[in-house]
Design a protein around this ligand. Structure first.
Ligand code: ADE
Length: 422
């Protein structure tokens, strides 16, 4: 069905598939469903305009429908040029009347044009995944600042950018760092990234993981998940880290740990998830074996030095979707996946719905919290209120049909006392 809703999507004709897939994702998003049912009665977001810059996926569509059920006017643009699911974008516009500006494979200019279009609704609340909305508002759209109450941020990389903006005294409005909720990073970053990264690399290459030497760059929550799932597939996992405690943890978790210059010489598959730049750099590329596969699962496409790879290579060839072969002067081939953009969302569908259920329940409850605040928060980066985190965990357990014990009065008293010892 065509509609007059604003938007810039690939083809509204794709919307039937989008609707069907959004419904499929909803099966595994029971916490969000529960919040949506409550929102549709209490309408806590009536009169609130929201601009979202998120990956346009089936799971995100379920979040937007929840916010809309709460009374919000929502518009969305993509948070990455390669992560948009075009059928979902079509369904959002033509079936759910949510203005959507996102086309899979859009170029950089279109990406930023779409961000600007999603901001034209003069939002009260922004939702970011990577802090591009906040950056554009602070840099180019400062006239919007007067209207903005607050924002949320979904991912580690975005939180790092926002904290740097706050540290320089330049952050102009408060943001809740959804990433910092325990029910977000323990699950989404670890189990979500772990599974979806293996999925993306497998869909792109159909590689056999068993017996491969997989180098995981970083040992934060995302990389822990990637290391864990690679090992489960039968790979020998090598971790590289710069932070001593994390490196020690990787050792005690049973991985080999070594500097990148050593790992570069032995790895078959390399996966970055550090949030930093040039983690796989020219020096490393020079040492790699013939036929290695490089993939990134961090938010931005800066972790593999692709310009250096381009410069070092004699030629480049498209092999199949998401796989490019670079030929070096000495005859070695290096395979780069998804242009070095986050492989789990470019070559696969991102994290499974069940885990996004918790991340997006945090998002919905944080937006409700921000919309209901009587006194505006000072500009800063805030953690998710603990009660929201606990509520999400409780609801998730309930949705899985799992019930847990509670402390007896005697146990509570014991925990609150200091008198009893040996
Ligand atoms: N980030 C990682 N996976 C995602 C998904 N499935 N939807 C939205 N954002 C994501």
């Amino acid at each position: 069905m065509e509609s007059n809703i604003k938007g810039d999507v690939k083809d509204v004709g794709l919307s039937a598939t989008g609707v069907s897939r959004i419904d499929w994702a909803a099966r595994e998003m029971k916490v969000l469903r529960n919040i949506r049912d409550r929102f549709s009665i209490s309408k806590p977001l009536e009169g609130i305009r929201i601009s979202a810059c998120l990956h346009v996926t089936t799971e995100t569509a379920n979040l937007l429908l929840t916010l809309k059920a709460g009374g919000a006017e929502v518009e969305i643009c993509a948070s990455n040029p390669l992560s948009t699911q075009d059928d979902v974008a079509a369904a959002l516009v033509s079936e759910y009347s949510i203005p959507t500006y996102a086309i899979h494979g859009e170029d950089n200019d279109t990406y930023y044009k779409h961000i600007s279009m999603a901001l034209d609704n003069e939002p009260h609340i922004t939702m970011d995944d990577g802090a591009d909305l906040v950056t554009v508002i602070h840099r180019d759209r400062r006239e919007l600042l007067g209207n903005i109450l607050a924002g949320t941020e979904e991912t580690t990389t975005g939180v790092i950018r926002l904290k740097s903006l706050a540290a320089q005294g330049k952050l102009e409005y408060p943001i809740i760092a959804v990433n910092e909720a325990e029910t977000k990073h323990f699950f989404d970053n670890r189990y979500g990234t772990g599974q979806s990264t293996i999925d993306g690399i497998t869909r792109a290459t159909n590689v056999l993981w068993a017996g491969k030497k997989v180098v995981v760059c970083g040992y934060g929550w995302c990389s822990r998940g990637i290391a864990m799932r690679s090992r489960a597939m039968g790979s020998q996992v090598i971790v590289t880290e710069v932070e001593p405690v994390r490196a020690l943890e990787a050792i005690m978790d049973g991985y080999q740990v070594m500097p990148m210059l050593e790992a570069a010489q032995i790895g078959d598959i390399f996966v970055t998830a550090t949030g930093d730049v040039n983690v796989i750099d020219k020096d490393h590329l020079e040492l790699m074996k013939n036929g290695v596969i490089l993939a990134n699962s961090g938010h931005f496409n800066v972790e593999i030095n692709v310009p250096a790879l381009e410069q070092m290579s004699q030629s480049k060839r498209y092999v199949k979707p998401f796989v490019e072969e670079y030929v070096l002067p000495d005859g070695r081939n290096i395979y780069l996946l998804g242009e070095g953009r986050l492989i789990n969302l470019s070559a696969a569908e991102g994290h499974p719905s069940s885990v996004m259920d918790m991340s997006f329940a945090n998002q919905a409850l944080c937006i409700e919290h921000l919309a209901g605040l009587v006194d505006k928060l000072q500009p800063n980066v805030y953690n998710v209120p603990t009660q929201i985190d606990k509520d999400v965990a409780k609801l998730k357990l309930e949705s899985l049909g799992i019930y847990i014990d509670t402390l007896t009065d005697e146990q509570k008293r014991y925990l609150e006392s200091w008198e009893e010892g040996t």
